[in-house]
Design a protein. Structure first.
Length: 630
């Protein structure tokens, strides 16, 4: 019997469904194709729309007789489906796309594209047998932080050592103290009755125990901020003989695998009914789509868990305010020997996951001299070059250490200041601050150039201020007499590098391991004109902590700042990030900032008129008790 299907065409600007006929001939042809493809909700088909062949997803299937009974008109013929292309997202994911379209003011095709396979899929692999991996599976490679340093310290990790409970820390919030006692408690909580569990771990702690406990429940969806971390977990699960798929690359396997792991796109993986959802490093901004609609994988994962009635665990060294707001906090501290109670790790505790954080207070330094390099940083750089001393690898050791310097400014310099009178060089027409380029001053707005002469006193000597990566690298080479490798954008370290790197925050992702990470101007991160500046600064410290490893391995982070008592630095130095996140949430609530309030940025040629219409709507909404600030 012929079928009548409703098809959502793959046109994001349209977001409309149309009714088509699946003829008996097409159904028979589809049945003879290799694989077990069926005409069902989510199946990808090709249809004719306005004389064009377009792709679409089936959203409803009825028989021809049922359609005739439902239809008010009988005087038209349905256009046939041109072809059945292959399998698409399952029905629950199709429905989830509708929820996401309403949540982020987008269209369903945008989300269904993310949920569909990159290549045509017709058949599915056989359903594997589910199993629970051992606590340790094949080698010391960490299943979590993807940096080589983190892998090396997996054996010393508190989570790796404690296969039993995760206990609420005495420093955690009151909600955490009553939350529950163990990983089992976190993973057995039905989402319908309990909020997600926010597990606070150290930056170098192993994620493997959480994965093992989740596998005991059945089918697991695990999200990681990078594909590199996802493949590391998948490799470890494969060695433990667990059926695992990395989404979206292994889309077909993800439909039947016990564990589906992946980065942001894996939130739309075609896994069936889930038994547990894990989001590692939930604070990472990589989970948010950069293209509109800017959906967030963490939110999608939590909604999938809610719909499946599955426990959801959000894992992070520095939980986001969004997670703190919706979840219950369980701050982890490693249990001591012989079953001694857990508690805050002391400064001499070898199991402490955070490295040493050395804060260089620059409030007493002259801002007009040595802008990027304090005396302390100069000693670290010169000692790392092999001169020995207290900061070398050992007493009198000639071994060079790897030092990574982070500066989120590119180029040579942002400002040019006269050495004689202190006048800032500005453009005559635009008023913009001029940049130094050899013997010329360049206007970054108009592109105009003029000789490097002070417009006030006529002096020819200028001092560069706000140096970028390129400018600092040149001065650093003069200081250390050592080649400095610049890493920014897509640049990668080479095999013959000298172990001294400088770059934007991208350098934290490109270098495998470092002995010291130095932030040359951390105030630029703390004082950024963004309401998420504190979160972003803490995320950089987390990346740096993984690059240098825990304190027990000698890892150290050096931060140059004129705000040594900033809450971000205080929390990272003490390892009390859960309390910091709770305080940040309260500050956001007082300032009426997200996630406590919703913000929308309107841009484009018609933005002004659109906002004026919103003002009228705000007056109407106020009568219904809603508060809008336009």
């Amino acid at each position: 019997m012929a079928l009548v299907v409703t098809v959502l065409v793959d046109e994001p600007a349209l977001d409309r469904e149309f009714t088509y006929l699946v003829t008996d001939e097409l159904a028979d042809k589809t049945a003879k194709r290799p694989g077990d493809i069926a005409v069902e909700i989510g199946t990808i088909v090709r249809v004719r729309l306005q004389r064009r062949s377009v792709r679409g997803w089936i959203t409803r299937v009825v028989t021809e007789a049922e359609h005739a009974a439902e239809s008010r008109r009988q005087d038209y013929d349905l256009a046939p489906v041109v072809a059945v292309v292959g399998r698409g997202p399952p029905a629950p994911v199709v429905d989830l796309a509708g929820w996401a379209a309403a949540r982020w003011a987008g269209t369903r095709p945008h989300f269904l594209r993310a949920a569909s396979p990159e290549r045509v899929v017709t058949g599915l692999p056989p359903v594997p047998r589910f199993r629970v991996p051992e606590e340790e599976a094949g080698g010391s490679d960490s299943g979590a932080p993807e940096h080589a340093a983190a892998s090396a310290f997996a054996a010393a990790s508190p989570l790796a050592a404690a296969s039993g409970p995760i206990r609420p820390s005495p420093t955690a919030s009151p909600a955490a103290a009553t939350a529950g006692a163990s990983l089992d408690a976190c993973l057995s909580a039905d989402f319908a009755d309990h909020p997600p569990s926010v597990v606070v771990v150290g930056p170098n702690d192993d994620w493997w125990p959480l994965v093992v406990d989740a596998c005991r429940l059945g089918r697991v969806l695990a999200l990681t901020p990078t594909l590199r971390a996802a493949w590391a977990i998948a490799d470890r699960l494969q060695r433990a003989q667990v059926a695992v798929a990395v989404a979206p690359q292994e889309w077909a396997q993800a439909t039947v695998a016990q564990v589906v792991v992946g980065a942001r796109g894996a939130a739309w993986a075609p896994a069936g009914s889930l038994d547990a959802v894990l989001v590692f490093d939930e604070h990472d901004q990589a989970y948010q789509s950069e293209a509109a609609p800017t959906w967030h994988a963490r939110t999608v994962a939590m909604e999938r868990a809610r719909r499946c009635g599955a426990p959801c665990v959000l894992v992070s060294p520095a939980p986001s305010p969004e997670a703190i707001r919706v979840g219950r906090v369980v701050e982890y501290r490693a249990a001591g020997p012989a079953g001694s109670p857990a508690g805050p790790a002391g400064p001499d505790d070898d199991t402490l996951s955070w490295p040493e954080l050395e804060i260089v207070d620059r409030r007493g330094d002259d801002p007009y001299s040595g802008e990027w390099c304090s005396d302390r940083l100069a000693r670290v750089l010169t000692d790392a070059a092999g001169a020995g001393g207290p900061d070398a690898a050992g007493p009198g050791s000639p071994v060079r250490r790897t030092v990574v310097c982070v500066l989120n400014r590119k180029g040579r310099a942002r400002l040019a200041i006269c050495r004689d009178c202190g006048e800032l060089a500005r453009g005559e027409t635009t008023g913009a601050a001029l940049k130094m380029d050899g013997d010329l001053l360049v206007d970054p707005v108009s592109g105009e150039t003029r000789p490097a002469a002070c417009s006030k006193c006529g002096a020819l000597r200028f001092r560069r201020a706000k140096l970028g990566v390129k400018g600092v690298a040149a001065e650093m080479e003069s200081l250390t007499r050592r080649r400095v490798v610049q890493i920014a954008g897509d640049a990668q370290p080479g095999p013959d590098d000298t172990g001294l790197y400088i770059g934007t925050e991208a350098v934290l992702q490109r270098v495998a391991h470092a002995d010291v990470v130095a932030f040359l101007d951390f105030d630029q991160e703390l004082l950024a004109p963004r309401y998420r500046a504190d979160e972003e600064a803490m995320a950089l410290l987390v990346l740096a902590a993984r690059l240098v490893g825990p304190r027990s391995g000698g890892g150290r982070i050096l931060v140059q700042t004129r705000q040594p008592d900033h809450p971000v630095l205080t929390a990272a130095a003490a390892g009390t990030t859960a309390a910091w996140s709770a305080e940040l949430l309260e500050r956001r609530r007082g300032l009426r900032q997200p996630p406590c309030e919703s913000w929308a940025l309107v841009s484009g040629a018609a933005a002004g008129k659109y906002v004026e219409r919103l003002r009228d709507f705000a007056d109407t909404a106020a009568a219904d008790g809603e508060v809008w600030r336009v």
